[in-house]
Structure formats: C-alpha cells, structure tokens
Design a protein. Structure first.
Length: 235
C-alpha cells in the first residue's frame, strides 16, 4: 500500500510539469519511485511503477514511451541503491543524497529525443531537476529512514526480551495438596473463602467474620472431647 501511495504521488507530479516540447515534459516523478525501490524493495517498486507508468501513458504525447521507460529507470535506481547501501546501520544524508543522484538516471531517455529538444532540456530544466531530486530524496528519505530504524530497534528489543524470559514449556502448575492443613501463610483456607485473607489464624480476633464461621463450625461438630456418660447404679 505504501508503494501504491508513492506511485500516486509520482503520477500527481504530472500535474505541474516543465514542458520542453510538444508532448515532452519533465517533473519530480523520479523521487517517489526511487524511494519506493530504495526503502520498500521490489514489493513496493512494482505497484509504484505500474501506477505512474499507466498515468504517463494515459496522458500520451510524443514522449509517452520515453517517459514510461524513465519511470522504470527511476524505480530501478532505487533498487540498485538498496542493494549497494547496507541496511544494518542508519543511513544518513550522504547516502540519501546518493539515492537522489542515482535517481537522475531517468533523464537518460532524453537522449532519444530530437536534438533541439535535447538542447532545450539540458540547457534549461535538467540542472535544476537534478538539484531538486537530491534535495527531495534527502528530505523525504530522512523521514523514511527514521521510521525504518525505529521499527528495527523496537523489533530487536522485543527479540532480546523474548530470549531473556525463561522457558515455560517445562513448568506445570502446582497441584493443591488435599492433606495440607487449612492454615497457610497470611490466612486460613476458611478465612480466604470468606474473603478475609488478612486474618493470621482462624481464631484470630481481628476478623469477626472468620471468628463467627469457626464458632458455627465448632457448634455443629460438637465438642472435641464429649463427656463419657457414667453407668447408673442398680437400685
């Protein structure tokens, strides 16, 4: 989708061209396509080039075919820059200026035009276009590079955090011991069931709810040592 957006951006450049002959014009179309190839690879360069080339052929004119070839050269220059510049480190202004300079290869189809149009192009808009290509690649490329480096750093941090965690596959939850005493650290089982986890012992006077529960349980079960009835003496 980012490649398609850059292709639409390249097509919009056709709205403000510099005309150098009938049906022949120059513009800043190379910068979005070079960025698509340089930062998104083939997956981004293909939709960007397809959209921009379709728009150029639809406009038509004497330079339509040459313009479509220039678009392919612009995205191809971005792919070549991507292969030459390492992505393991953050790419600064010199590298991005190189992207803008190599994107100027899209000017080569101008040599296929008639001689008078070539002279008008190289004496007029082409020098300014080269400067604008380099400046545009640096300005927009810095934004792309910052986003790429931030995403790369966050991915590395997540991977390091995942490696630092202990494995959970061999850990099994502890089964409760049915023979364990009711009393536990910080409160008894009855107290916890009553919502009084803070009571230290069942007989503690700090929690009236727990004390009432144990009193009722004691009454139901009867005394712990019931008295043995004595035998009556025979009359």
């Amino acid at each position: 989708m980012t490649g398609a957006a850059l292709g639409i951006g390249a097509a919009l450049q056709f709205a403000t061209p510099v005309h150098i002959g009938p049906g022949v014009f120059l513009d800043m179309r190379a910068v979005p396509l070079a960025l698509a190839g340089g930062f998104l690879g083939v997956a981004g360069a293909l939709p960007a080039t397809a959209i921009a080339a379709a728009a150029r052929l639809w406009i038509g004119g004497a330079g339509a075919e040459a313009g479509a070839v220039a678009l392919c050269l612009a995205s191809g220059s971005g792919l070549a820059w991507r292969a030459l510049v390492s992505g393991d480190r953050q790419r600064g202004i010199p590298a991005l200026a190189g992207l803008g300079a190599i994107s100027c290869l899209h000017i080569l189809p101008v040599f296929a035009l008639p001689g008078d149009i070539q002279a008008a192009a190289f004496l007029g808009p082409i020098p300014c276009l080269v400067v604008l290509n380099v400046a545009g690649a640096v300005a927009v490329g810095l934004i792309f590079e910052e986003a790429r480096w931030t995403a790369r750093t966050e991915a590395q941090q997540r991977a390091e955090a995942a490696e630092a965690l202990p494995p959970l596959s061999g850990m099994q939850p502890a089964e409760p011991d049915p023979m364990a005493p009711l009393e536990a650290t910080g409160g008894s089982a009855v107290a916890m069931a009553a919502g009084c986890e803070g009571c230290p012992t069942p007989a503690g006077s700090g929690c009236p709810t727990t004390a009432a529960l144990f009193d009722r349980a004691s009454n139901l079960m009867g005394p712990a040592n019931p008295p043995i009835p004595r035998a009556r003496k025979s009359a």
